[in-house]
Design a protein around this ligand. Structure first.
Ligand code: UTP
Length: 406
């Protein structure tokens, strides 16, 4: 795209401010800026009003989860089916590590954070140890896809390289960078991060599958005939990855996806809640959950009681249903560094929007979802904050409780 074309193109979209400093740029900067403009997804901004008012259907409580008791009773049956699929190489895993982890206030990629006290024991290592437990049983190394962001990719890859991929075969690990979306002010004007660079941000954890496909890794899924993908967050240091019983239960119960859930610790716990929307499974994020539903109880128990732990199993075939702009964008109000009157400002309060798709929205598109209940003391230790709830401190306590030496 040349300058004249870009000018008209931006004018038609009300975004001509992106060329404000064009005259001041070097030849290579101009080229880079025009290239970035050409590849931007403007439709996100166009739909800003629509995205602000995502309409919900009729919300009801989710049906009963497969309970901890049922899982104990049927463990062998569930595990046999799951282990068979793993042994046949029909399952892969996806680690979501493209987030900014801003609440933790740690400068590196969150997975590199050291949970150890007397030795190095990073979040990545804890999760790779969980994977090893399964591969030791099956004797097969499933493909592991690691989604990073353009800001943390190099550091993440280096961390794995320097630790010899924690003993996992290098050719079974596939790093990929998640796609981005532009950021804008509250009036929908796209920000410049520098005079020669449009402000962009990772497009949310719902971008994991489209980014995987866009990166060309769909061929690994095809080549290996992968039927199921276990998607998990970098936050939870106690989670079981490719848990055979979870895989087996989802298949036996004939669901197209599964979600590991915990009974919510209280109405205000900051976890998404599994519900039913117009008769289909859906997840409502804690900040979008209406107060009256959040607090509703029956016989002393929360009616909306299943909190998701960000560990899902998706049927690969059905994931294609989530492509092609089917996922809604959520508008996150953030403090975004941007150019203002020729100077780069770093605001200390929200000044605009970042656009994020969420993995929770994929669940609804799957049509059926098995809620699989796990014991929080054994499988749920999220590291979101430095201190307080869901923090490094609480996660360390839970690791010790599970006999993990720190
Ligand atoms: P969070 O919702 O906790 O977001 O991510 P975050 O950006 O990591 O953390 P805060 O809110 O800034 O403190 C939940 C999971 O989704 C991944 C994260 O890496 C984490 O595993 N994620 C989030 C992505 O992979 N990409 C994103 O764009 C956002």
């Amino acid at each position: 795209m040349n300058y004249e074309r870009a000018k008209t193109y931006l004018y038609q979209r009300g975004q001509e401010q992106l060329l404000e400093y064009y005259e001041e740029l070097s030849e290579s900067e101009r080229k880079a800026l025009l290239n970035q403009i050409e590849n931007l997804n403007f439709s996100i901004i166009k739909n800003i009003e629509k995205n602000k008012t995502v309409k919900r259907g009729k919300i009801q409580p989710a049906g009963d989860a497969v309970s901890v008791q049922e899982i104990k009773r049927r463990r062998i049956q569930f595990e046999t089916v799951g282990l068979n699929l793993l042994s046949e190489n029909k399952v892969g895993a996806v680690l979501l590590a493209g987030g900014q982890g801003s609440r933790l206030g740690y400068s590196g990629p969150k997975g590199t954070f050291n949970m150890g006290l007397t030795k190095e024991l990073s979040i990545f290592e804890l999760q790779m140890n969980s994977i090893k437990k399964i591969t030791e049983i099956t004797g097969r190394h499933f493909p592991l896809f690691i989604m990073t962001s353009y800001t943390n990719n190099a550091e993440t890859v280096k961390f794995f390289e320097e630790r010899n991929y924690f003993g996992y075969p290098r050719d079974r690990i596939h790093f990929y960078i998640q796609d981005v979306a532009p950021t804008c002010n509250f009036d929908g004007k796209i920000y410049l991060d520098e005079k020669s660079r449009v402000s962009i941000a990772p497009n949310g954890n719902g971008g994991w599958y489209s980014s995987l496909i866009n990166s060309g890794l769909g061929r690994v899924l095809d080549r290996n005939n992968i039927e199921w993908l276990n998607v998990y967050s970098v936050d939870n240091v106690l989670q079981k990855i490719c848990d055979p019983a979870f895989i087996g239960a989802t298949v036996i119960k004939q669901c197209r996806c599964g979600a590991k859930v915990v009974k919510k610790a209280g109405p205000d716990e900051k976890v998404g809640v599994l519900c039913s929307e117009d008769g289909k499974p859906t997840i409502i994020e804690y900040y979008e959950m209406p107060e009256n539903l959040k607090n509703k109880t029956k016989k002393g128990e929360l009616v909306y009681r299943y909190g998701v732990t960000l560990n899902y199993l998706f049927n690969v075939h059905d994931l294609n249903l989530t492509l092609g702009g089917k996922l809604p964008y959520h508008l996150a109000e953030k403090a975004i560094a941007h150019m203002e009157n020729g100077v780069r400002v770093i605001p200390d309060k929200p000044c605009g929007y970042k656009f994020e798709t969420l993995v929770v929205d994929m669940v609804k598109l799957m049509g059926s979802c098995l809620a699989y209940e796990v014991e929080r003391e054994i499988e749920f230790a999220p590291v979101k904050n430095a201190t307080g709830n869901d923090s490094v401190e609480t996660a360390r306590e839970l690791l010790k409780h599970n006999g993990i030496e720190l």
